[in-house]
Ligand binder design. Structure first.
Ligand SMILES: Nc1ncnc2c1ncn2[C@@H]1O[C@H](COP(=O)(O)OP(=O)(O)OP(=O)(O)O)[C@@H](O)[C@H]1O
Ligand SMILES: [Mg+2]
Length: 321
């Protein structure tokens, strides 16, 4: 491994002077935990008695949350609705110290994914969302807010209508580093990105090809990407920069893989901006994603957790420092 405690400490010191704008689809993840003791008399379904409810930022909100945990100054732009979920999102952003430059759109709901969980098992997911493209006044306001002075932009696209040609053109015209977590149907919007981080399935939908290597190079060339990282789930990630290199996954236990992709794009962008090279940034992203999949829900690791992980790893491998 190329990373060590010194390199990671220096990167974290630099994070404090970095400003990043996250733009895209903001999602509210809602977890309703309860117990089931009987079947409903109304229909053959379980009755969940609610014991606890939790809200977490998802989608672009989770990318912002990951960056903020690293100590970076973060601005979040996207749309929320004029509803309860929208208020919850605003509250979570304030709590985390993320600069809220979201737009309220009265004509759409805040995107929310509610999960009903009983005895650690998901019974049901209820989605509330609009996938309609942003238009008119809301789009104009959104474009205006992108003028904020930052060192980089992260685009987190979940294809819910925020990421569109106008938005991408405005981002490109800022002339700063920009990275994209893509959705295959919007492939051609991402031309010229400094970094794109599809998972393997998304990469294969964007570019048909047998081998991962030729697929990656073709995708990178056709979209004129500076760097491409394809995440491979439990197998880690593949870097296509000047060369091709696979970084094996680093999780110890796996509880919940949701949000691992958000952590990857946040850490890669932050790492490279803080002066790490691509290989070091991939190592750090793998460590952070490994920590995240070992926890329930979307969460982002702290400096202490990362160092602990690296030190344990060094001990296990017997490499010394
Ligand atoms: N089962 C696993 N074991 C170890 N590491 C994992 C596992 N799943 C994911 N990871 C880590 O998380 C990273 C991203 O995972 P993945 O390729 O599943 O992204 P994704 O499908 O975009 O995830 P998301 O659900 O957040 O969209 C991987 O590159 C790896 O570092
Ligand atoms: Mg993903």
């Amino acid at each position: 491994m190329r990373l060590d405690k010194g390199l990671i400490s220096r990167a974290f010191e630099r994070f404090r002077n970095i400003k990043i704008l996250v733009v895209g689809d903001i999602i509210l993840d809602r977890y309703i935990f309860g117990k089931v003791e009987r079947i409903s008399p109304e229909a053959p379904v379980p009755v969940v008695e609610v014991e606890k409810e939790e809200f977490r930022l998802g989608g672009a909100g989770n990318v912002a949350s990951n960056l903020s945990n690293l100590g970076i100054r973060v601005y979040l732009c996207g749309v929320i609705g004029n509803d309860y979920a929208g208020h919850v999102v605003s509250g979570l952003l304030k709590e985390k110290g993320i600069h809220d430059i979201t737009i309220e759109d009265r004509h759409r709901p805040t995107t929310q994914k509610a999960r009903v969980v009983a005895v650690s098992q998901q019974l049901l997911r209820i989605d509330n969302e609009s996938k309609e493209k942003i238009e008119g006044r809301v789009l104009e306001d959104l474009l205006e807010r992108l003028d904020v002075d930052v060192d980089a932009v992260v685009v987190s696209d979940y294809a819910k209508g925020v990421v569109c040609k106008e938005l991408m053109d405005r981002i490109r015209s800022k002339g700063v580093f920009f990275s994209v977590d893509p959705r295959p149907k919007n492939k051609y919007l991402y031309i010229g990105a400094d970094l794109m981080t599809p998972n393997e399935k998304e990469a294969r939908q964007m570019q048909e090809e047998e081998s991962l290597q030729s697929l990656g190079w073709k995708l990178k060339n056709s979209l004129r990407l500076k760097t491409l990282v394809v995440t491979l789930g439990s197998r880690g990630m593949a870097l296509f920069d000047r060369e091709f290199k696979v970084f094996p996954a680093r999780a110890k236990q796996v509880y919940d893989v949701t949000g691992a992709g958000d952590t990857v794009i946040a850490v890669l962008t932050a790492g490279v901006l803080a002066g790490l090279d691509w290989e070091e940034a991939c190592e750090l992203a793998n460590i952070c994603a490994g920590i995240v999949v070992g926890k329930l829900g979307t969460a982002s690791p702290s400096f202490e957790e990362i160092i602990e992980y690296v030190e344990e790893d060094v001990k296990i491998r017997g490499e010394g420092t």
